[in-house]
Each structure stands twice: as C-alpha cells, then as structure tokens.
Design a protein around this ligand. Structure first.
Ligand code: SF4
Ligand code: SF4
Length: 424
C-alpha cells in the first residue's frame, strides 16, 4: 500500500479524494462478492485483481512504460485491441462504473448525460483513477452524441484520438471501418515507433482470439441446467477482461473453466431450487457497477447471460485467423467488429436476432432490459426489444437506472415482482 501511495503521487493523483474511493470499495466488494456461498476456488485470482485494482495492474503498466511501451486507453468494444498489441502497445479499458466519479464529470458535462460518460470524464479530470493517469493516448469513437462531445473536453487534458464509426452496416460502411482501422494503425505506429507487420498482426489476432475463446468457454457453462458459477462472478471476470494482460487473462479464465467442468461433472451448482434464469440486455456495466446483478441474484434468480458490451457483445464472433496478408487481416478485423450490434447503428435488427438466439441458447425464463439513465439510444431501442420479446413469448422487464443506490429499493420491488410472476 505504501508503494501504491508513492506511485499514485507520482501519477499526480488527488490522494485525499482517492482515499475516499479506496475506503468504500472493499465494503462494496465484500457485500456483493464475498457474501456468496459456494464460489469456485479459481475466483481467488479475480478477487485478488479487484482487491488491488489500483495497484498491481497500474504498476505493471508503468513498468512497461519505463521500457518504452505505450499505453492506449479505450472506451468501446469497437476499438480493435489487436492493432495496439501488434505494435507492441498495451490496451486498457477506461470506462467508469462508479458513482464516485460522476460529480467530477458533471462539472463539465450536462447532468442529463449517461453516468458512464460522466464517470469516465470525472475519473480523468478529478485525478482519482491511476488508469486514466497512465494512458498515453485515449482512443474514443463516434458512437453516441454524449461520447463525441466528451472527447472534445477530454482532448483538452490528454492526447485524444477518435475513430469515426459508421452507423449503418452496408458494404461501403464496412469498407469505411476498414479505412478507420488503417488510420488507427498509422497513429499507433507513430506513437509506439513500431511498424505493424502481417506477422505481428496475425499474432495479436490470435492473442485476442484466445481471450474471446476463453470467455466463450466460460459463458457456455452458464447454459447448463445446474449453473456452476454466479452471474455476479462472470460479470466481474468480463469487467477485468478490459484491464488485464490478455494472455494472463485467458490462462486464468481457462483455469477457472477447468474447475467449472469438474463442477458440472460432479453436479455442483450455485443455483438454488427454483431459481429463475435471467438474461440481462442493454447498456454496459463498467467496473465496479454490480448493482443490478446483486439485486437479481438476491431476489430468487440467477443471471445466466448478459447481452451487453460487458457480455456477449465483447467476445462473440472471431476474427478470421486464416488471413495472411495485412490487407486480408484488416478486412477480417473490420468484418468481425462490424458484427457487433450496438444501438448506435440503424437499423439494428441484428441485435434483436441476437437476443432471441441467446434467450434460447441460455434457456432463459425472462429478460431484464437495462438502460443507463440518459442513454437515448438503448432507451429508444428498448421499445423494439420489448415488443420483439413479447411477440416471442419471452417475459421482459424494462428498467432504467444509474450508479446511485437511491433507486435500489424500488428496483428490488420491481425485480422481485417480475421473478414472482415468472414463478406463476
Ligand atoms: S454500448 Fe455501444 S458505444 Fe457503448 S461500449 Fe458498447 S458498442 Fe461502444
Ligand atoms: S450507455 Fe449509451 S449514452 Fe452511455 S456511452 Fe453507451 S451508448 Fe453512449
């Protein structure tokens, strides 16, 4: 801890304010995570990562920087980590998931901005997160209006690069994304001083592919009738995926999966008799946003799937690893990333198809469609999602929430009533 203090000071952090965050996190983590019974032993690694989230990984990143490595901070699952790794850079997620950072964001952003954007901006401007201090360059994207404008404000404080994400999925849009990936490559090469070759890109495509395969393997266990791992634990793992070294992450996730395999064989489950299987759809849940999962899993249900950017949108679909030339690789990257179905696209019927497919694959009893307050995109699309689910006979509950606890009681009442209804 003493070493962490020195590191945080050298990063120019507001130590006094940061101490407040360090004081509340262990309690929140204990309440949501350590209170669970019968957790897989291999969760130890992920618990350890969170326990020292502002220590271990930031120290690794700083060490890498001392050896000339550049760190790139990202905010969206459309930004291809493969390109960064191919130039020997490090990619780290920067999305803020705590109410602690929101007031800092509100100093410069309209109150009616989604909490994810406010927290991300607040974490940088208030100097209370080491990851936001360490990143040499931030990579934003033109996904939603709130983000687009936030980049201009962040750009006054930190080098900011913005990728122009098309908002339709015609052939020419996929071509346009290919061009954006080429431009990103140029920027990353310039920053790192390392040339991206067909060989280095092939290698990084495989590294990220292995990470996605590990997550896909983990999610597969949730399709079991006797689910061997809680939704809370899987959410935590998905959140850590954005920060951790990708090779280590895949290794530790596969180790956990080996244990889950044994659990399935031995009939060990975290489900209680009668627990309902819930899929969460909608906006991302950045670390340490565990609120909804905690409410659902302490109300007679288990979360078996997340159709979110901290869920299936992050790992589904693979980049074609057979691509050989740099042009083929870029094309393969563009194709894979444009398969993600975010509400910023129009039309976005692919997302409805995904939800219907996932509901079947994970044998869900009901869907909770969650929308972060002031996210106009997912809020509007929620109408189409709910209608399609009703037509398919899948019960759905639409909710809107933020990072505060002020609505927790009201949400618990609504979620409990929904789960009760599934029982009848
Ligand atoms: S919800 Fe859309 S904009 Fe937000 S991280 Fe996911 S893909 Fe990116
Ligand atoms: S949740 Fe919605 S408003 Fe917030 S960053 Fe994502 S797309 Fe934008």
């Amino acid at each position: 801890m003493a070493d962490n203090q020195t590191m945080w000071k050298e990063l120019g952090m507001d130590l006094e304010m940061h101490d407040v965050l360090c004081d509340v996190l262990p309690q929140a983590f204990g309440d949501v995570y350590l209170s669970q019974e019968n957790r897989p032993e291999s969760m130890d690694f992920f618990d350890m990562v969170v326990a020292d989230i502002h220590g271990i990984r930031p120290a690794e990143l700083i060490e890498a920087q001392k050896n000339g490595t550049k760190v790139f901070g990202t905010f969206c699952v459309y930004v291809p980590d493969e390109v960064i790794i191919a130039a020997k850079g490090i990619a780290t997620g920067l999305c803020g998931g705590s109410q602690f950072w929101v007031p800092g964001g509100e100093k410069v952003l309209p109150t009616n901005t989604c909490p994810l954007i406010k927290a991300s901006v607040g974490a940088r401007l208030d100097r209370t997160c080491p990851f936001f201090r360490i990143a040499d360059v931030y990579i934003g994207e033109t996904t939603c209006d709130g983000k687009k404008k936030a980049w201009e404000i962040l750009g006054e404080d930190v080098p900011m690069y913005v990728m122009d994400l098309p908002q339709m999925k015609r052939a020419k849009d996929i071509k346009a994304w290919e061009e954006e990936i080429r431009s990103l490559m140029e920027m990353v090469e310039k920053e790192t001083g390392n040339k991206i070759t067909a060989e280095s890109l092939k290698k990084s495509i495989k590294i990220i592919g292995d990470k996605r395969r590990a997550l896909a393997r983990l999610y597969n266990f949730r399709k079991e009738e006797n689910v061997p791992i809680s939704g809370r634990d899987v959410l935590l793992i998905s959140q850590i995926a954005f920060y951790d070294d990708p090779v280590r992450f895949a290794t530790m996730t596969n180790k956990l999966c080996d244990e889950l395999e044994e659990r399935v064989t031995n009939g060990v489950s975290v489900c209680k008799q009668g627990d309902k299987r819930i899929m969460v759809t909608g906006t991302p849940m950045a670390i340490p946003n565990w609120k909804l999962h905690q409410l659902i899993e302490t109300s007679g249900a288990i979360v078996v799937c997340e159709e979110t950017c901290t869920g299936t949108r992050y790992f589904e679909n693979f980049v074609d690893e057979k691509a050989e030339t740099i042009d083929e690789e870029i094309e393969a990257l563009a194709e894979r990333y444009m398969k993600i179905n975010c509400a910023c696209f129009t039309p976005n019927t692919g997302r409805i198809d995904d939800i219907l497919r996932l509901a079947k694959e994970y044998k869900v009893d009901g869907i909770i469609d969650v929308n972060l307050k002031f996210c106009n995109l997912y809020d509007t699309e929620g109408f189409l999602v709910e209608r399609a689910m009703k037509e398919a006979g899948i019960p759905v509950l639409g909710i809107e929430t933020d990072y505060t606890d002020s609505d927790a009681q009201q949400l618990r009442t609504r979620i409990s009533a929904f789960i009760e209804m599934l029982n009848n």
